[in-house]
Design a protein around this ligand. Structure first.
Ligand code: NAD
Length: 482
């Protein structure tokens, strides 16, 4: 199935649709392995044009009132809602995500973030007073938003909404594999009459368009979400211009089942969490830590729950897991699983074979395994597929140290019969977010990484800070007195 909105010959720069200078990129549907859309890509010259357009828009947009920008974000939310079916279809086609997940999570969370910034602007303090000093929070300038393919719409809005709220124009570069949903966002901005240059869209390669944005002296902030390797590269090339670089990188998060927890509930929720979006979620709880005495029970539950996850056509209502994003990603996941088995890991469920009845599409079986050592590669590195590693621990101190024993620090979970006991353990985890006993996602709570999971915080009032400079204006006593 293809739609006219999935054939894009122009990119959105300076409020106009212009023909870019790059090649045609064929967007593959990972479930069918067929081309589902085409995009004419931007080159570094197009990206430079977009930066110039954003610079021209900077002063005007930066001097609008918070109330005005709040209204624009509300209009954007409405325009995106009007495009619900197109957005859901697009996300299913380009990501391979199951239709209900596309609606509730990919789109639902994107809208929640846009709405949250429209609301925040009604009360956010852009100015405060410290003795005789007026402290102003001013827009940081032109923002480059570089995003990955796993939640392309949500992750784009987690940057665009706070950047616009702060008063910054944006140049967006979506992932090569999933550019189509970003075009619908540009359509929505055009429809609501966003001033020219405030949102610009330049799809293209990371090495060309992404790097141009990271190095361009006209870009003031790079907000990057993606892998550690590319994050390091972005930070390094951006350093020549000393611009601000906000990195949201990968994870290897632990779900810690404390000895007093309901093991079945905790394990079931952890397996479900890992399988969401076929395991392609940065914050997924990919390591399950259980008391050694509960290991057998935990493995039995994990195997049963994983086995019950339906892998199949993402357009079908009952599907839990669609394919992973690409043949390369599938190969990478299978290499992790195969490598772990060769190192002595034990398969509890899943494995490297194709799921039955799915000869086409980049499908991977929901997989659960135990390993010989928590230092094994599959227990340390981000697999980014539907793979859960179960690790036993002797006591709570060991559970905490195992949870913290990776180079990542993005998220985690703690399970206990006592919320406050779980909270005490959560405090000891070196990660940016911890969910206690399956608590719900909060769109206005900060999200970001400790350690090599990144240096930024998105969402809520922390998310807007990434796009604000702080200016102290000292006033003479006559005007500065409290
Ligand atoms: P990636 O790092 O390969 O690509 C991310 C983006 O960077 C893409 O748009 C890509 O084109 C661009 N890029 C590539 N090379 C570049 C360069 N040299 N300069 C500038 N830009 C460049 O990541 P991916 O494979 O698309 O996404 C998966 C990764 O993203 C995983 O590691 C996942 O954990 C991470 N992720 C993190 C979060 C978070 O909030 N912390 C959220 C989602 C995904």
């Amino acid at each position: 199935m293809s739609r006219p909105e999935w054939v894009r010959e122009r990119v959105y720069v300076g409020g106009s649709w212009v023909v870019p200078r790059g090649a045609i990129y064929e967007v593959e549907n990972p479930a069918t392995e067929q081309t589902t859309g085409t995009v004419r890509t931007a080159t570094s010259a197009d990206a430079a044009d977009a930066v110039e357009a954003a610079r021209r828009a900077r002063a005007g947009w930066g001097s609008t009132t918070p109330q005005y920008r709040s209204g624009v974000l509300r209009d954007l939310s409405t325009a995106l809602r009007e495009r619900t079916e197109l957005l859901v279809d697009t996300l299913v086609a380009e990501v391979g995500t199951p239709v209900e997940l596309a609606r509730s999570s990919h789109l639902g969370q994107a809208l929640a973030v846009v709405d949250s910034y429209a609301e925040l602007l009604e009360t956010f303090a852009f100015e405060e007073r410290v003795q005789h000093t007026r402290v102003l929070r001013e827009p940081a300038g032109v923002v480059a938003a570089i995003t990955p393919w796993n939640y392309p719409l949500y992750l784009l809005m987690a940057k665009v909404a706070p950047a616009l709220a702060a008063g910054c124009p944006v140049v967006a570069k979506p992932a090569e594999l999933t550019p189509l949903s970003a075009f619908v966002v540009a359509d929505a901005f055009e429809a609501i009459g966003l001033p020219p240059g405030v949102f610009n869209l330049v799809p293209g390669s990371g090495s060309e368009v992404g790097e141009l944005l990271a190095t361009h002296p006209g870009v003031d902030v790079v907000s990057f979400t993606g892998s550690i390797g590319v994050g390091r590269r972005v930070a390094s090339v951006a350093s020549a211009t000393v611009k601000r670089v906000c990195l949201e990188l990968g994870g290897k998060s632990a779900s810690v089942v404390l000895p007093d927890a309901d093991v079945e509930q905790a394990v079931s929720a952890t397996v479900a969490n890992v399988m969401v979006n076929s395991g392609q979620t940065c914050a997924a709880w990919t390591r399950l830590l259980v008391p050694r005495s509960e290991l057998d029970a935990a493995l039995a539950t994990a195997a049963a729950v994983a086995h019950n996850h339906v892998v199949g056509d993402p357009r079908e209502g009952g599907t839990d897991l669609g394919p992973v994003i690409s043949a390369a990603q599938r190969n990478s996941v299978l290499t992790y699983i195969g490598g772990a088995l060769a190192e002595g890991a034990t398969l509890v469920c899943g494995g490297v074979e194709r799921p039955e009845g799915l000869a086409t599409g980049h499908y991977v079986r929901p997989t659960v395994m135990t390993v010989l050592s928590p230092t094994d590669r599959i227990a340390q590195e981000e697999v980014f597929g539907p793979v859960l590693v179960v690790l036993p621990y002797a006591d709570v101190d060991e559970a905490i140290s195992l949870a913290n024993a990776t180079s990542y620090g993005l998220a985690g979970a703690v399970w206990s019969a006592d919320d406050m006991h779980a909270f005490a353990v959560a405090r000891q985890l070196r990660t940016g977010r911890v969910d206690v006993n399956g608590a719900a996602w909060n769109p206005v709570a900060p999200f970001g990484g400790y350690k090599q999971s990144g240096n930024g915080r998105e969402l809520g009032r922390w998310g807007i800070d990434e796009f604000l400079e702080v200016k102290a204006v000292q006033l003479p006593a006559a005007n500065g007195a409290q």
